[in-house]
Design a protein around this ligand. Sequence first.
Ligand code: PMP
Length: 406
Amino acid sequence: MNLRQLFLQHVAQTSAFPLMLEVETAKGMYLHSKDGKSYLDLIAGIGVSCLGHRHPAIVEAAKAQLDRYLHTLVYGEFVLAPQVQLAELLAKQLPDPLESVYFVNSGTEATEGAMKLAKRYTGRAEIVSCKKAYHGSTQGAASLMWPKDFTQAFHPLLPGIRHIDYNCEWCLQQITERTAAVVVETVQGEWGVRPPGEGYLKKLRHRCSEVGALLIFDEIQAGYGRTGTLFAFEQYGVVPDILLLAKGMGGGMPIGAFVASRDVMLALSDNPILGHITTFGGHPVSCAAGLATLQTLLSTDYIQQVKPKEALFLELLQHPAIREVRSAGLWMAVEMIDFEFIQVVIKRCLEAGLLTDWFLFNDRSLRIAPPLIITEEQIRWACSVILNAIDQTAKARNLTRSDVVR
Ligand code: PMP
């Protein structure tokens, strides 16, 4: 059997239609496949490769750490330089009182840890989350998910979860003295990039403070420069009690974190002690890569270039079949007529050497979330490929202008 057959035979699948690209190498903006083709990566491994693939500073830092030590002991016992330095640098970028970092391995683990912390700190059980939110696939995080299409088959999940509409101000009354925490994506991602409405996050902050609920911002996808600032919440004048990070944080290595004040975080180390533990959380190689990622983002102007690059995408992505482009920095949902249309567009883009995708809760939108290092020339090329794919798809389906325009 060849590698593709072995992949289907022995690697557990998440759907019946995997992309099946056989990756040979990856560098910068490109993935190179076994058959010698190159693909411009417009989705950054779903928000992970913020500095592109194998950024030299990240590779060098990870290699240097490989030569020092790998795993030593479970999280939280030893003083490990890459971990301490990353926590310190992160804390420096965050407003008070966010200064205590609990390292984990993934986004969903950050969500789980934060949910437990909020319950332990407040002594309350109820958690509020927003409809069309995605916070991870483990059972606690999956309980926050709505619609239930993806979770129904796994019920019962956690009791005591209340789902409210995102961006709905009167719904905030459902946050009460029984609420331990509200978990919300600063910008909703998998619903197809929905930024918060004017003043919404401030009102949410106010309501949480009023009833003593902790406010948890999930920036697992929105963080690390994606929206034009290191953290998306900086643009809305609101500080959460707990911040969730992962994806871009390791620049291609697995790592996540939840960050809170020292006062809040102390609740996890006491009564019971060891109430939340992890073997691999804050792995030294991931932390070394994470430190290099953050240092590079802070010492270059990639984040400052996000808004002008977003503007260029928006200027170029004009077509009668494009119904709407919603964006938050280098994070865009290009809405078209239906899933079948998008599916063909994605396939044609792939054939032309451009990797795109759709969204979990929005299969009518094309996902654009490239590494922040994408150049103007690459943006122009990518948009021309997308527009061309749209043209061809409309033609093949015999769609006229009045079919594609709502
Ligand atoms: N929260 C958000 C907003 C996400 O986008 C994701 C991943 N798509 C997660 C949580 C879960 O992260 P992970 O896949 O690393 O568990």
